[in-house]
Design a protein around this ligand. Structure first.
Ligand code: SAM
Length: 382
C-alpha cells in the first residue's frame, strides 16, 4: 500500500512536529503528560465511548493527544490508501475539496502530502466540523506545512456545523468552484443516528458545487467492528439510492459480508510502515506501539467501465491453511464470498479477476465459493 508513495510525502510528514510546534507548542509539563493524554484519548475513542459526549476538542490535553498522535497516524493510514484510489481527474482551474467532520483538516492535509502535483493547484478546502477549534488549528497547520514546502497555501473555508444541520450547505453553494472530492474521515462511527443519514445531504452538496463534473465521495473509518459496519451500512443505503461503489468493492452487488450477518466486517489490515521516529517513540510511551494498521474505506461515485474478462474480486484476508491448500485467502465478489485456494502470493486488498464455474463447490464451513486454482487461469487479471 505504501510502496508508490512519493519520498517527498514522507519527508514532509517527518516535519509535521515543526509545524505543530508553531501552531500549538507544548509546555514542558504538557510534553511530559502527552503519553498519558494519548492513552486517555485512545480509551475515550474505543472502550469508553459512552463518555464521548464530552467533546475531546475542549480538553487541552486531549487536543494535544489528537494533534501529536491521532492526526499523524490517520495521515499515515490515508497516505497508504489515497494513491490507490480511482479519484476523478483534477482540472487546471480552481477546484474544491469538502471535508466533513474534518477535525484538524486531516484529509485535506493527507491529500496535500500524498499528491505533490496537487499542491500547486488552487484547491479550495471547505472544512466542516461541529467544533471550530480543530478546524482553526488544521488551517494553521496546512499554512505552516505549505510554508515549509515553499508552496502557496490552499484557500481554506471553515464552517462550524453539525452534520445533521445540512453541513452549512447554503453557505457553501455560493462561489464554490467544482467539487473534486467530498470526504468523511473517521467520523461515521461518531454519528449516533447511523451512517446512512449523511447521504441525502451529500447528494445536495455534490449537485450544489459540481458544475457538471462527477466528484467522488470518500469515506475512511478505523478497521474496528463499528468502523467497518458503518461503512457497510453506508454502502448498502448508497447503492439502493443509485450510487456506485468504486473502491475497494469490485462489484455493486450486495456485500457478501452483509449477507453473512456482518461478521466478519469489511476491513483491511496492513503492516505498519516505518513512521517518523518521534511518532514511533510516542506510540510506545503511550502503550500503543503498532505493528499493523487496520482500516475500512469506501469510494462512492460513478461506475467503473472496462475491467476486462472475468469477475472482479477483492482479496480480503491474510493467507490461511485449509485441508486442501496451505495458502488460501478469502475474497469478495458479486457472486458472494470466494475461497481462493492458491492465493498466498496475492496481496490483501488487491483486486483480481476470477472465473467462477456454473456450479461451484461451496466450502462447508464458510459457505464461500471454492476456487482452488484461480491463479492458473487468471494471471492476466491481476
Ligand atoms: C475522530 S475525529 C476525525 C477528524 C478527522 N477527519 C480525522 O480523520 O482525523 C471525528 C471528528 O468528527 C467531528 N464530529 C463528530 N460528530 C459530528 C457531527 N455530528 N457533525 C460534525 N462533526 C462531527 C468531531 O468533532 C471530530 O472532529
Amino acid at each position: 500500500m505504501f510502496a508508490g508513495m512519493p519520498v517527498d510525502s514522507w519527508q514532509l510528514l517527518d516535519r509535521l512536529p515543526e509545524a505543530l510546534d508553531r501552531v500549538r507548542p507544548l509546555s514542558s509539563r504538557q510534553a511530559k503528560e502527552l503519553p498519558e493524554d494519548v492513552a486517555a484519548l485512545s480509551r475515550l475513542l474505543t472502550t469508553e465511548r459512552d463518555r464521548m459526549g464530552l467533546s475531546y476538542w475542549s480538553s487541552p490535553g486531549l487536543i494535544s493527544a489528537y494533534l501529536h498522535y491521532f492526526l499523524p497516524w490517520n495521515l499515515v493510514r490515508l497516505l497508504g490508501v489515497l494513491g490507490g484510489l480511482p479519484l476523478p481527474p483534477v482540472g487546471t482551474g480552481d477546484m474544491a475539496i469538502v471535508d466533513v467532520g474534518s477535525g484538524p483538516l486531516t484529509v485535506p492535509l493527507a491529500l496535500w502530502l500524498a499528491f505533490p502535483e496537487l499542491r500547486t493547484v488552487r484547491m479550495h478546502v471547505h472544512a466542516m466540523d461541529k467544533s471550530i477549534q480543530p478546524l482553526k488549528m488544521g488551517k494553521a497547520l496546512l499554512a505552516e506545512m505549505s510554508r515549509l514546502a515553499g508552496v502557496p497555501v490552499w484557500p481554506v473555508h471553515l464552517t462550524k456545523s453539525p452534520i445533521l444541520h445540512r453541513f452549512g450547505l447554503g453557505r457553501l453553494s455560493g462561489d464554490m468552484p467544482p467539487v473534486w472530492l467530498v470526504a468523511f474521515g473517521n467520523v461515521l462511527n461518531e454519528l449516533p443516528g447511523g451512517a446512512g443519514q449523511v447521504l441525502p445531504q451529500l447528494q445536495g452538496m455534490l449537485h450544489a458545487g459540481s458544475a457538471g463534473r462527477t466528484p467522488a465521495a470518500f469515506f475512511m473509518e478505523p478497521g474496528t467492528r463499528l468502523g467497518g459496519k458503518s461503512i457497510m451500512e453506508l454502502r448498502s443505503i448508497a447503492l439502493a439510492e443509485g450510487w456506485q461503489a468504486r473502491h475497494p468493492c469490485p462489484h455493486n452487488g450486495e456485500c457478501p459480508l452483509v449477507r453473512r450477518g456482518g461478521s466478519p466486517w469489511c476491513h483491511f489490515v496492513v503492516d505498519a510502515p516505518k513512521v517518523p521516529a518521534h511518532l514511533a517513540d510516542l506510540s510506545v510511551r503511550a502503550g500503543l506501539g503498532k505493528a499493523s494498521l487496520s482500516l475500512s474505506m469506501l469510494l462512492l461515485g460513478e461506475s467503473l467501465a472496462g475491467r476486462g474478462d472475468g469477475l472482479p474480486a477483492r482479496v480480503l484476508s491474510a493467507p490461511f491453511a485449509t485441508a486442501a491448500n496451505p495458502r488460501a485467502r478469502y475474497a469478495c465478489s458479486a457472486k458472494g464470498l470466494l475461497l481462493l485456494g492458491d492465493a498466498g502470493d496475492v496481496g490483501q486488498g488487491e483486486q483480481v479477476l476470477v472465473q467462477v464455474p456454473a456450479s461451484p463447490r461451496l466450502d462447508p464451513r464458510s459457505r464461500a465459493i471454492c476456487l482452488p486454482r484461480f491463479l492458473e487461469g487468471n494471471k492476466a487479471g491481476r
